[in-house]
Ligand binder design. Structure first.
Ligand code: DQA
Length: 146
C-alpha cells in the first residue's frame, strides 16, 4: 500500500510535555512525532507531520492536502472549538478524516465540549492520551483499505 496521510496539529501542541501535563501527559511533540512515524512505517504508509499555531496556515495545509494525501488525522486543538474556516477547509477534503484529542474534551470546560468539526469528519478519538495518535493511524489504515 502506498497511501500517504498527514497528521495536522493545531496551536500549542508543539509544547506537549511542557504544557498541562495533567491533561496531555509528559510526552514531547518530537517523541510523539517519532512514535507516529515508526507506526506508519510499520503499517506501510507514508506520514507527514505538521503543526502550526496560526489558523490561516492550518487552512492552507488542509487545502494543499487535497491533492497530496489520502487521509487526514487532525488535532485542531483550541481551533476545534472556534474555527469555521478549518471546518470549511476540512469539508472540501473528500477523503477520510479522523478528529483527535489527547484529552476528553467532553469532561472539561463547557467551551471545549463543542467541536465545530465532529459532524463532518469520518470519526474521532478523544481522551486516550497520546496513544490516540497511534490508534488513529491504525484506524486510518483500515479506512484506506476499504
Ligand atoms: C486538545 C483539546 C483542546 O481543547 C485544547 O485546546 C488543546 C488540545 C486535546 O488534544 O485534548 O490544545 O485538542
Amino acid at each position: 500500500m502506498n497511501n500517504k496521510i498527514i497528521i495536522i496539529n493545531g496551536p500549542n501542541l508543539n509544547l506537549l510535555g511542557e504544557r498541562e501535563q495533567s491533561q496531555y501527559g509528559s510526552i514531547s511533540y518530537d517523541k510523539l512525532k517519532e512514535n507516529c512515524l515508526r507506526k506508519s512505517e510499520e503499517l506501510g504508509f507514508k506520514v507527514e507531520f505538521a503543526q502550526s499555531n496560526i489558523e490561516g496556515e492550518l487552512v492552507n495545509i488542509i487545502q494543499e492536502s487535497r491533492n497530496k494525501y489520502d487521509g487526514i488525522i487532525i488535532n485542531a486543538a483550541a481551533f476545534t472549538h472556534t474555527s469555521v474556516a478549518i471546518r470549511d477547509a476540512l469539508d472540501i477534503f473528500k477523503k477520510p478524516i479522523i478528529e483527535l484529542h489527547i484529552s476528553n474534551i467532553y469532561k472539561r470546560e463547557e467551551f471545549r465540549q463543542k467541536s465545530l468539526i465532529s459532524d463532518i469528519v469520518t470519526g474521532g478519538i478523544f481522551g486516550l492520551g497520546a496513544d490516540g495518535y497511534i490508534l488513529a493511524i491504525i484506524s486510518m489504515q483500515k479506512l484506506l483499505k476499504k
